[in-house]
Design a protein around this ligand. Structure first.
Ligand code: SF4
Ligand code: MG
Length: 317
């Protein structure tokens, strides 16, 4: 609810004036149990910061995160421990997130060591079970991360994230570093695990193709704000925000005869420390009008669960 993360910075070497990078600037959204919410936007839009706040790795500057009917900032110590167990993460780069000196048994078993009172034998059995769940052989238990391929390492990361039977998994660019064929294997695995274990995913990525097959709903972020949120099919077929359409234009069109109008993004993402006035997107938007520079568009509803923040929303084409 109204989630914000601001980072203070000094405006100049000789100035004591303090500015704020509004990494996350007032987000409202919900995630239903068992669904996958995709969060998409260019690097620097604040999407990872949102994930880290949900996981309690970063404290919000303002706003609230509610989990299972409770505001997490009001949880006592044992409730917080329970929440942490339920909120896990899968990282982008499985290689740098796995300790190269540790054996797979210890990597996957680490959360169990911290949270559970298992004997060594019980822990080993649980780790073997987790490896089977992610499609790895149990004879890998004594190996080190460098002995695995990128896809296998991501499976190890997933096994570790599953060790404590979490409810929500934040996947931050979880397949971005992998080859396309391996990406689809990992996405299929995540999908299978979701069905089997009733998991909820928050799936963060910089492009729409990565979230297309796995998401039930998608939120598009631009410079710290959600500019559009809709169920997956609506967002892909009928985007209202020019930025969403620009991200869609980057998706290869499967049918070469279906030539839709494309929006090519001009220039780079503006400096988040000094975002453009009014609609943050006006400096790159081909539909911008004088009003856009002056007035910030609020999120408006366009149908069930579909919201977008634009003064001149797109029509269906
Ligand atoms: Fe473009 Fe204006 Fe809509 Fe912003 S409000 S996305 S600048 S048309
Ligand atoms: Mg990131």
């Amino acid at each position: 609810k109204k989630l914000k993360k601001y980072y203070p910075f000094k405006k100049g070497v000789f100035s004591s004036e303090v500015g704020h990078v509004r990494a996350v600037d007032g987000l409202d959204f919900t995630v239903q149990q068992g669904e996958t919410l995709g969060i998409v936007g260019e690097s620097g839009c604040g999407k990872s910061t949102v994930g880290q706040m949900i996981l309690q790795l970063l404290e919000p500057t303002e706003g609230e995160i509610w989990f299972q009917g409770k505001n997490v900032s009001t949880l006592n110590k044992s409730e917080m421990k329970e929440a942490r167990r339920n909120l896990q993460m899968i990282f982008q780069d499985p290689y740098s997130s796995l300790n190269p000196r540790m054996r797979v048994e210890d990597i996957v078993g680490e959360p169990l060591k911290i949270f559970e009172r298992y004997s060594k034998k019980e822990r080993r059995e649980k780790v073997a079970e987790l490896l089977r769940l992610v499609g790895l052989d149990t004879h890998h238990l004594n190996r080190h991360p460098h002995e695995f391929s990128g896809g296998q390492r991501q499976r190890i990361g997933i096994a570790r994230a599953l060790a404590l039977n979490p409810k929500i998994i934040v996947c931050d660019e979880a397949v971005s570093a992998l080859d396309v064929s391996i990406q689809s294997q990992i996405l299929n695995l995540l999908h299978k695990l979701q069905n089997e274990l009733g998991l909820t995913y928050i799936f963060i990525a910089h492009g729409l193709p990565a979230v297309k097959h796995i998401s039930d709903r998608v939120a598009v972020m631009y410079l710290g704000r959600i500019v559009e949120l809709a169920d997956r099919d609506t967002l892909f077929a009928n985007p209202k925000h020019p930025y969403t359409k620009a991200l869609l234009s980057a998706v290869p069109i499967p049918d070469p005869f279906q030539r839709k109008e494309r929006i090519v993004l001009q220039g780079d993402l503006p400096n988040p420390a000094a975002p453009p006035s009014g609609c943050h997107f006006h400096t790159r938007c081909p539909y911008a009008q004088p009003l856009c520079e002056k007035k910030t568009p609020e999120l408006s509803a366009y149908g069930k669960g579909h919201v977008a923040a634009c003064h001149f929303p797109l029509e269906v084409d």
